[in-house]
Ligand binder design. Structure first.
Ligand code: GLA
Length: 380
């Protein structure tokens, strides 16, 4: 009797384990790129692109704003979750004040007083952040336009192209921009940014995804542990414009050179944290050369998910979603509250056109702009 019962229990346990394994590894959607109509904007079709790799990792992106709508990656048990904040539909992103998932440019981050001088001429830009221009201006910025799109051949990816016309948002030169998203079987999402211009212009393009490695809408990000490969950061004034100083992180709440919980010092009285309402600062990446360099590694202890960000850029804006305030309802009816996501916006330093000693952001005719950032996902 006892033996029969034991056998029965063993069989039940076996079935549960097998079905668990099967559902965790549920046959992934076919690897590759799929495209489907997703709406229209400015009279132009918007498509949704689904990139799927051989492990079932899946990225959704659309050619409106080059927005990444979702990134589904496994935790340490193989359980999939969508780790970026956003909306289910294109309409959800109109408007998109936090820039969820968007490509930002022509100049990502801030330009002080909406003004810069280039070759003796002063250019005035629309202001949208107190006295500053933030993320390229107000109307035809990279996050708000319909890009041309083309799925890649022989790779799991999609290329978005956009011609930003001479004078658009006050910037000089016809700027041809191409941003390519490629998903690899090593669970990397590679972002390639290329551009050419016919007049000298500032350029700084970035990706504004908000991550929560527990899964979007699943609480705040304060327990995530982050390592930033940066011995210095650029302190800001009250308008979040760099003062020009490159300050050592040593002995400050900005020292993430060893992995530290995001929330452990975020509300300290340190003036820079007060000014940023948390972290909203550009970190100067420690570089060995001009190639891909690790900028950040983030670990979420409950799921084991890890995000590593590598880039060819000199800086990364670490932003802890301080301005999210629960007024936006996103995917699955989730309400995004303060610090429910963090951004790692790889970039040149904010307001570089007004800081001649910062790394150069002026692209000239005949030159080719090329930057790469890699988001690599794993679990441990
Ligand atoms: C960037 C800025 C933040 C904020 C967000 C958008 O990360 O640095 O201050 O404006 O974009 O809300």
């Amino acid at each position: 009797m006892m033996a029969k019962r034991m056998t029965y229990l063993i069989v039940i346990a076996f079935v549960m384990v097998i079905s668990g394994v099967l559902s965790a590894n549920a046959a992934p959607a076919k690897a590759g790129v799929q495209q489907k109509p997703f709406g229209t904007r400015d009279g132009r079709p918007v498509n949704l692109y689904t990139l799927t790799n051989s492990h079932g990792v899946e990225v959704h992106a659309m050619n409106y704003g080059g927005i990444i709508l979702s990134i589904r990656v496994p935790d340490r048990k193989g359980q999939m979750a969508d780790v970026v904040l956003g909306h289910d539909t294109m309409e959800g992103y109109i408007p998109n004040p936090p820039y969820f998932g968007a490509i930002v440019g022509r100049y990502a981050n801030r330009i002080a007083n909406g003004q810069f001088t280039l070759d003796g001429k002063t250019y005035t830009l629309p202001k949208n952040d107190g006295p500053n221009t933030l993320h390229g201006g107000t109307t035809r910025t990279f996050d708000k336009v319909v890009w041309d799109a083309e799925p890649l051949r022989g790779k799991t990816g999609v290329a978005f192209s956009y011609l930003s016309k001479d004078g658009e948002e006050g910037f000089p030169g016809n700027l041809k921009v191409k941003v390519t998203y490629t998903l690899t079987d090593a669970n990397e999402l590679i972002l390639d940014y290329e551009a050419t211009t016919d007049k000298a212009t500032p350029i700084n393009v970035s990706q504004h995804s908000y991550f929560n490695l527990k899964g979007e809408g699943n609480g705040d990000i304060l327990d995530h542990e982050i390592m930033l490969n940066a011995d210095k950061f650029t302190p800001v004034d009250k308008n979040l414009i760099p003062t020009g100083e490159l300050r050592s992180v040593k002995g400050t709440p900005f020292d993430f050179t060893t992995s530290t919980k995001i929330g452990s010092r975020i509300d300290d009285s340190y003036e820079q944290l007060q000014l940023g309402h948390g972290y909203d600062h550009n970190f100067v990446i420690n570089r060995k050369g001009s190639g891909l360099e690790l900028a950040a590694r983030v670990y979420e202890p409950t799921t084991g998910r890890v995000l590593e960000v590598s880039t060819t850029q000199p800086g990364v804006q670490f932003y802890t979603g301080n301005f999210l305030d629960g007024t936006i309802t996103g995917k699955n009816g989730h309400v995004y509250k303060r610090r429910y996501g963090f951004c790692l916006e790889t970039q040149h330093f904010p307001d570089s056109p007004n800081h001649p000693d910062f790394p150069n952001t002026i692209l000239k005719p005949g030159e080719k702009f090329h930057q790469t950032t890699v988001f690599k996902f794993s679990a441990k």
